[in-house]
Ligand binder design. Sequence first.
Ligand SMILES: Nc1nc2c(ncn2[C@@H]2O[C@H](COP(=O)(O)OP(=O)(O)O)[C@@H](O)[C@H]2O)c(=O)[nH]1
Ligand SMILES: [Mg+2]
Length: 617
Amino acid sequence: MSTAALAEALVRVRDALAAVRLPLALPGSAESGKSARDMVTQLDDYVLPRLATLDAPLLAVIGGSTGAGKSTLVNSLVGREVSRPGVIRPTTRSPVLVHHPDDLEYFSSERILPGLGRSFDQANDTSSLQLVAEPSLPHGLALLDAPDIDSVVAENRALASQLLAAADLWLFVTSAARYADAVPWEYLRSAAERAAAVAVVLDRVPPAAMGDVPPHLGRLMTERGLANSPLFAVPETSVDARGLLPDAAVSPIRVWLATLAADQASRQAVVLQTLDGAIGSMVTRSPLVADAIDGQVEALSQLRTDAEKSYAEAVRTIGVQTADGTLLRGEVLARWQDFVGTGEFMRAIEQKIGWLRDKIISSFKGEPPQANEVKLAVESGLEALVREEGDAAAERAESAWAANAAGRQVLASSREDLAHSSPDFATAVSRAIRDWQGDVLDIVSEVGASKRNTARYLALGVNGIGVALMVVVFSQTGGITGAEVGVAGGTALLAQRLLEAVFGEDAVRRLAKQAKERLDERIEGLMAAELNRYHRVLADTGADATLAEEVRAATEALADQRSSGNALPQRSHPAELDPARLALPGAERPALTGEVLDPRPIDEGFRVEHEEVRDEA
Ligand SMILES: Nc1nc2c(ncn2[C@@H]2O[C@H](COP(=O)(O)OP(=O)(O)O)[C@@H](O)[C@H]2O)c(=O)[nH]1
Ligand SMILES: [Mg+2]
C-alpha cells in the first residue's frame, strides 16, 4: 500500500490544473475554469492533507440554505451556543469549527484549508475559521458550521462550497418547507457525483407531515444518487431560551455522529469514501477541462488561419501584379520612355528590331541619368502597391476576427491597432524595395562581369540594365506579344530586346526569374513581419495545447494509480456506512426520525450519547 505514489499523481494533476488558462469566453469556458480552480482548491484544502493524515479527526460540515437551522443544529448537538444563530441576514461571520480540545493541532495548523486563517474569537471575517474547543465532543469528530449556500453575499456562497468540498462528511440541512428548492439539490447532486459521504437533516417537519415529507425526500434522495445517505427528520418544535432544540429532536443525529466517531473503522470508512469519491470525480472532471483548453486552442487556431489567409492573399496579389504589367503605367512608364526615348523606338522596333537595337544602344553615351529616374518611379510604384495590399491584409484580418466572439475578445486584449498596418510598415516597405533594387543590381553586375567592356553594356550602364531588368520582371506574365501589343507591352518588349542584346535570350529569362524570386522573398518577409503581430497577440492569450495534454496525461496517471487498487487503504467496514438500522417506518429508504416525546435535559450535549456509545461498546 503506497499512498505516496497516489499523492504524487494527485500533485501532478493539481499542478496541471493550476496551470490551466482559458482566456477566451467560449460557451462553457467559465464553468471549466471554475471546475479547474475548484479541483485545485479541493486538492489543497482537503484531498492532499487528508491523504497525508488519514487518521485525523473526521470533519463534518453542516451545510444548507439560509435559515435552514444549521447553526441551531450545531448548537443543539453540542448543547450550548457555539455558533450564533441568525435572524438578521446576511451574516458574514467566520465559520465556526467545533472540535475536541485534544484535536486542536489538526485544525489550528495549515494542514487542511491552508488558505483560511484561524481565530479563537468571534470574527466578521470570511477568510478565517473560528476554532471552538468543546470537551463534550468525542475525540476524532469536528463540526463546522458553514455559511449559507444561497447567501446573498457571493463570498459566503463561495466559502460554503469551499468548506463542503473539504468535508469528510456533509451534514446537509434543509427544511420541510424548502427541501424541494433548486439550490440545495445542486449541492446534493454534486455530492452524489463526488460520492461524498452525506447525511441529510430535514428540519422543522410539522408533526402532521412526518408521514409524508420525510419519505418523499427519501425517494428524491434515492432517485438522485443518495440512496445510501441517512436521512434525519427533525420535528418542528420551539427553541428554548438559549436557542437550542429539545434534546430528543436531535439526539438521533448526535448518536449517529458519536457512533461514527467512536468507531475507528466506521470513521475511516467515511473518510475513505469521501476521499476516494473526490479523487474519482477529479478523474472524470479533469479531461473536460482539457477539452475546454482544446476548444480554446481550436478557436485561436481558426483566428490564426484567418490572419494567415489574409496575408497570403496580399503576397499572392502583389506576386501577380508585379508580373502582369500593372506596374508599367504612369510614372514608371513615363520615366522609362524618357530613358529609352519615345515613339520612334516603339515604331521602329516593330519593324526592324535587329537594326534598331544596336542603334538605340549606340545612341547612349555613358550611363544615362534617366536610369535613376526610372528606378525611383519603380520604387514609388512598388511601394504604393505593397503598402496598399499590406493595409488591405490588416483590414481583412481584423474584420475576420471581429466577425466572431473569440476574435473580438482577442482584438480587445491587444493594445496594437490590428485593423491597420504596423506604424513602421511604410519604412519597412521602402527599405525592402530599395534592398530589392540592390538585389537586381547585384544580379546584373554578377552576370555582366564578363560583358563589362562590351559597348552595349557600357552604353546602358549597370543602372540602365538594372531598370530594364525590373521592367522585364514586371511584365513577365503580361501580354507582351501578339496583335494587342499595348504601350506597356511595347515598353516591356523593348526592355527585353535591350537585355537580350547584352546578355542573350536565355540569360535574360534566367535573370528575370531570379530578380522576381528575390522580390517575392522580400515581399513575403515584409508580410510575415506584419502577420507576426497577429501571431503574437494569439500567443499572448496563454491558451496552450500542451497544457491540455498534461492535464490528460496527469489524469491518466492518477486513474492508473487509483485502479491499481493499493493506493488507498481498503475500507474495513463498508457496511458501517449503510445505516440500514436507521430505517424510517414506511419510507423506501433508510432514515431516522427524531422524536419530541420524552424530552431529556440537554445540558450535557454530546457527553450523554458519547458515554452511552462507550457503554454499549
Ligand atoms: N421553531 C424553530 N426555530 C428554529 C429551528 N431551527 C432554527 N430555528 C430558528 O430559525 C432561525 C434561523 O436558524 P439558524 O440556526 O440561524 O439557521 P442557519 O441560517 O441555517 O444557521 C433562528 O431564529 C432559529 O432560532 C427549529 O427547529 N424550530
Ligand atoms: Mg447559521
